[in-house]
Write a protein that binds this ligand. Structure first.
Ligand code: ATP
Ligand code: MG
Ligand code: MG
Length: 550
């Protein structure tokens, strides 16, 4: 079954299967384990694993771990966890490009013997200077025409560790005048005396990404190697290596990467935010990382829906953050349990309610889904209401709590405000009211209408919780438009901590990652890391409505 909407890659695969060019397809998701996955990677994961799922093929998870300097095991572990969390399964097909180092080395010797590669003694700076520009051809290295035997000997000695870092490189011998700069004798191998997190200390020369990637695809029998548009100009090189080596040729296809407003996605910038303490870590709920989105309360399904909605195209464009937020709202609106939570509490005393009495009211867990059941909510003489739901001097149209005014306490009674209690500085510290006992559900005046309904929690029964109100990390749509300035656009209101919100008692030991709609407030999830039994921490996933698009 094709669960996804059509896109140009699906059309190509349909054709390939129909024409018999392939009988089944193999795709791959090839992260470099040098950081945490972000929402942009989710687009690639959903695309590659989605193609395999829908066309009955398979998708490999391959760590493109050719650069030991920036890679860590911790990142590889988090990548695996994120892919599983998103709902995808690579089965047996977990690979490491570094497991191909021996084969890649043999192929490099083959290219040297064919006269297709040479050892260059120029420094990195000199190579750059020789490379030329878009309008100027490059200059050939004086070492370009070394005899094969000398190249072989030097390359083997590079591998044996005879030379220091940067002393020599192996380059493909292609065309220094090519209009495509990627074909101007690209570097294939460099010397780097550094251990590798997966390959250990077996190597002191490491292949460049462009030399390793296509051959890795070939080794694994990838049929459709799908990558982002910036690799379009690398495709001729991808093919050049495969053709010269005479090995199986996967086809590379490029799609537009995800650009999302109000955030940054480059790993370097995300790392900087972590290192500078602008956020609390890679999984800070403000981060666009999958770990951050998960802690924020995003469901895997909402992220898959997002990737489906934005589609897969061939031209770069921007997706508004509101689209992602709408996906999680839709999911949580349909699925999250409702609850009452008072974020900024104000005490309300019901003067004619007997001291010590407790009543219970039944509240549905979801207004449209009776199968999700209901719960009992205790009510007593003192409750908390939201500070915002009271105005001593109400503005026109304010139908909530105000002196002399009636309002319904959700699921419970209609109450009428009788008195306001202030502290020495004139701050309202308590509101007093009377209730109409006939207005309870099933009571003789249950149907009596008042203009406002507010939420509340019983003061005696409430659980106190820390609630973290998260918002967008940046306050402008394109924070990295000006390069390094992006940090000055960090949204100072992206996190507000409410230390003593009061929640209905059933939330005291809510499981980590369980998700709720706090009525009239938004969607919230239990922070799995910082919550303690009886002292939960809730993170706001999203407000009920988009407050940014106006
Ligand atoms: P960064 O530039 O942030 O370091 P990257 O592209 O180098 O990210 P990789 O680990 O190499 O990160 O990415 C793995 C895969 O995810 C690649 O196939 C890459 O094309 C894809 N990918 C990365 N960012 C995006 C994005 N914003 N949209 C779609 N796909 C992406
Ligand atoms: Mg990359
Ligand atoms: Mg990168």
């Amino acid at each position: 079954t094709k669960q996804a909407t059509a896109n140009f890659i699906r059309t190509i695969i349909d054709d390939d299967l129909q024409s018999g060019r392939h009988t089944s397809i193999v795709t791959r998701f090839p992260p470099e384990p040098n950081g945490y996955l972000h929402i942009g990677h989710a687009k690639s994961i959903c695309l590659n694993f989605g193609l395999a799922r829908d066309f009955g093929g398979r998708c490999h998870l391959r760590f493109d771990d050719t650069n030991p300097a920036r890679e860590e095991i911790e990142y590889a572990e988090s990548i695996k966890e994120n892919v599983r969390w998103l709902g995808f399964d690579w089965g047996e097909h977990l690979y490491y490009a570094s497991d191909y180092f021996a084969q890649l080395y043999q192929w490099a010797e083959q290219l040297i013997r064919q006269g297709d590669a040479y050892v260059d003694d120029l420094s990195a700076d000199e190579i750059r200077a020789h490379r030329g520009t878009l309008t100027e051809p490059g200059k050939e290295s004086p070492y370009r025409n070394r005899p094969v035997e000398e190249n072989l000997d030097l390359f083997r000695r590079m591998r044996a560790g005879e030379f220091p870092d940067g002393a020599r490189v192996l380059r493909a011998k292609i065309d220094m005048a090519s209009p495509n700069l990627n074909l101007r004798d690209p570097v294939m191998y460099r010397i780097l005396h550094a251990p590798h997190p997966h390959a250990g200390d077996a190597w002191c020369i490491y292949p460049m990404y462009d030399y390793a990637h296509g051959q890795s695809d070939s080794i694994e029998g990838i049929t459709h190697s799908v990558c982002t548009l910036e690799f379009e100009s690398h495709r001729p090189l991808y093919e050049w290596f495969l053709v010269r080596l005479g090995i199986y040729r996967p086809r590379q296809y490029e799609f537009a990467r995800l650009n999302l407003t109000y955030t940054v996605m480059s790993k370097r910038k995300l790392l900087q935010l972590v290192q500078d303490g602008d956020v609390a870590g890679w999984d800070d709920p403000r981060m666009p990382t999958l770990a951050g989105l998960r802690r924020r309360g995003y469901t895997p399904g909402s992220i898959r829906t997002f990737c489906e909605r934005i589609g897969v195209g061939k031209s770069d464009s921007w997706i508004d953050m509101g689209v992602l937020e709408e996906c999680v709202r839709d999911d949580l609106n349909a699925n999250a349990t409702r609850a009452m939570a008072v974020l900024r509490p104000l005490k309300l005393v019901i003067e004619n309610f007997p001291e010590g009495d407790v009543e219970e009211f039944t509240a549905a867990n979801h207004p449209q889904r009776p199968e999700l059941g209901s719960r009992q909510i205790p009510f007593c003489r003192e409750v908390y209401i939201e500070q915002d739901d009271f105005m001593e001097t109400p503005v026109k149209g304010f139908h909530r709590m105000a002196p002399g005014q009636e309002v319904r306490l959700r699921y419970a009674y209609i109450v009428k405000c009788t008195e306001v209690v202030k502290d020495g500085e004139g701050n309202v510290v308590e509101v007093r009211c009377t209730y109409d006992p006939d207005t309870r559900t099933g009571g003789p005046a249950a149907g009596r209408k008042v203009k406002g309904t507010i939420h509340w929690v019983s003061a005696r029964h409430a659980v106190t919780a820390e609630v973290r109100l998260y918002d967008r990390l940046f306050s402008v749509p394109h924070p990295d438009k000006g390069g390094q300035e992006y940090k000055s656009f960090i949204n100072p209101r992206a996190l507000e901590v409410l230390p003593a919100a009061r929640l209905e008692p059933g939330l005291a030991d809510a499981a980590g990652e369980s998700r709720y709609q706090f009525e009239r407030q938004g969607y919230f999830t239990v922070d799995a890391r910082d919550s303690r039994l009886g002292a939960p921490v809730f993170n706001r996933t999203a407000t009920l409505r988009d407050s940014w698009s106006r």
